[in-house]
Design a protein around this ligand. Sequence first.
Ligand code: HEM
Length: 195
Amino acid sequence: MATFIDILRVIHILNAVLMAWPFYALVAVNQRARLGPPLGDRTDTYMENIIKNRTIPCFVFQGTALVSGLALVLLRGAGFDALLTNPALGLKFLLLLLIIGLLLYVHLSLQPRIDALFSEAGGKPVLPEVAPRIGALRLRRKRIASICMFVVLTVSMLGVQVWAAFSLWMTALLIIAIILFTWRAYKSVTPYGWV
Ligand code: HEM
């Protein structure tokens, strides 16, 4: 049993690493912004194809986090009520539900609207009156990616303290550091990794 739990922990952690996509998506969209017009050429087709084809893999990683996380709770003998009695676990669970909801919104509503506006242009540069509509939808998607990045980092930080909680001030300090890093990833191409 101990070996199985160890393997499950490795799967859970590797899966968390693979959930770093929102960070790299922010790098990609910030680089696109630096490139400037025209909007609607092959660069945008390339970027949109990469972004929209990450949705299904993201659902798979979210599902893996949920299943491996809940399995760890049960195999460690904690029972499902730990989601109510253990604050770190309860928060991890709720935050995962939040990013599943956000991804569903992007997949079912936001991305199809972006795709429709680009396909109106039929592979040619987007008309000046359509460009701001695409810009607004892309901005909303970028903000959602930042929330996802913040959540994945926070849920990982909470994962380390599931069975031995940090002090409140330490958790608060780490959350502030995560907010600062997420803000930096939102605003820049993070040329030096952390900054
Ligand atoms: C965004 C989704 C998630 C991410 C990125 C994530 C990440 C992590 C990380 C990095 C750890 C630290 C592992 C260690 O140091 O041992 C961890 C531990 C843990 N996570 Fe998650 N987690 C996620 C979702 C969940 C969910 C939904 C649950 C269950 C409700 C869960 C349950 C656990 C448990 C029980 C541990 C402790 C592992 C052990 O028993 O040693 N996780 N998580």
